[in-house]
Design a protein around this ligand. Structure first.
Ligand code: ZN
Length: 413
């Protein structure tokens, strides 16, 4: 018996006036999602706990069965390992942006005009080569990932994640000094090293030939690195140890890949999967079927619905839900429904009105040969609330799925 979990990132929403107080899920045409609900068991799920808006990183940890409130150790390292950068348990990692600043270090563009990968790779190559006196013996690894995004890993004994961000988060604000957030010597040491790096990076970037050439083309120079989200790799048992399963992840978003990597899952690269609304949905659907041949658990993550919600683009969100529905149609008709359990949910609610993650529960449905079917016939926030799973927590989902596929261990004699 095998299991597939499909996560539509931020797919759940709140009722919207223009949709006659329906949610985008309620307004979308979604025959396959409804088929899963109709032939399965439904419910609503608090990704972490009722009313708490989760980050996608903590929510994904929870959906894989981990207690995020205990094991979460910052986003930076998840992003780094998800991008294929090696991070040791004692390393501290940051998420970074190539940005544009003026002479007074005021941020003009947090994404340096969404710098293209080729330019970012050349700049990152130069940054990795710099020699700084005040690094106090620390090693560092700086790598660009997609467009303006990059990761920074610092390696030295005694570092701490208790440091603030250099990224002020908003245009028009000055780049911040990284400050220790507690009295520990580790926090002071880490802040000192990061500040030295950020100053050193700026010196190299401001006169870099790539930026001179960018100026000629009239695009913003990537003359600053902003860092945030200091983190370490979460100390979690891999799914293979917890449930005795082989597991694979299909998703393009670095932090989702990072969580899955930390959980010991195989990361499957899919050509055309981008984590954007232009992602190749069918390529991901086909990869899921392929991965199921050699794995007992496959996670399929689609980021695009969250992107549309953060943009407040209700129409696009509905279209993307319909694309996810299409993917599920393909998956449903290509899996052995007598030997597979298929679950679909969202990692959190993202309101298209507030454009933020919210603490409302998300709908969840599981179909497969062992589920107790309930009377719910549609997959959305309202209908699933009447389902047989009632209301569960995110971290309950994996044990439920593993029980259905015969991988749960008995508690007691
Ligand atoms: Zn998310």
């Amino acid at each position: 018996m095998k299991a597939v979990l499909v996560i539509g990132d931020g797919m759940a929403d709140r009722p919207i006036r223009e949709l006659g107080w329906k949610t985008p899920l309620e307004a979308a045409r979604k025959p396959s999602l409804n088929q899963i609900a109709k032939t399965g068991i439904c419910g609503i799920m608090d990704p972490i706990s009722p009313g708490l808006p989760p980050g996608s990183d903590t929510a994904t940890l929870a959906l894989l069965g981990y207690d995020a409130s205990k094991v979460y150790s910052g986003r930076g390292a998840l992003e780094a390992i998800g991008s294929g950068v090696k991070v040791l348990p004692s390393d501290v990692a940051f998420r970074c942006n190539f940005a544009t600043v003026d002479r007074n270090l005021v941020v003009l563009d947090r994404r340096a005009g969404r710098i293209v990968n080729e330019d970012a790779t050349k700049l990152a190559g130069s940054l990795q080569k710099i020699k700084l006196k005040k690094l106090l013996g620390a090693k560092f690894f700086f790598e660009n990932t997609i467009q303006h995004r990059a990761v920074l890993v610092i390696r030295k004994r005694g570092l701490s994640t208790a440091v603030s961000d250099s990224d002020p988060g908003e245009v028009g604000e000055k780049v911040s000094d990284v400050k220790p957030l507690d009295d520990s010597s580790g926090a002071k040491l880490t802040a000192e090293i990061v500040n030295e790096l950020m100053r050193g990076f700026h010196k190299i970037l401001k006169d870099h030939p790539v930026n001179e050439e960018r100026a000629k083309r009239g695009v913003p120079p990537a003359n600053m690195i902003l860092c945030r989200g200091a983190g370490t790799v979460p100390n979690i048992k891999p799914l293979s140890q917890v449930y005795g399963i082989s597991a694979a992840c299909i998703g393009a978003t670095p932090y989702v890949r990072g969580v899955c990597k930390a959980a010991g899952m195989k990361l499957i690269d899919v050509k055309g999967a981008t984590g954007t609304p232009q992602t190749d949905f069918m390529a991901k659907a086909k990869a899921t079927i392929q991965a199921l041949k050699t794995n007992e658990f496959v996670l399929l993550h689609v980021k695009a619905t969250d992107v549309a919600s953060h943009d407040g683009n209700i129409e696009q969100k509905i279209e993307l839900i319909e694309k996810i529905d299409h993917v599920l149609g393909y998956v449903l008709s290509n899996i052995d429904l007598d030997a597979t359990h298929l679950s679909v949910t969202a990692d959190h609610t993202t309101s298209s009105i507030t454009r933020n993650h919210e603490g409302d529960p998300v709908p969840i449905a599981i179909t497969g040969p062992c589920v107790r079917r309930d009377d719910v016939e549609e997959f959305d926030e309202r209908a699933c609330a009447k389902g047989g799973l009632n209301r569960i927590r995110g971290m309950d989902l994996m044990p439920i799925l593993m029980n259905l596929i015969g991988k749960a261990k008995k508690f007691g004699a």
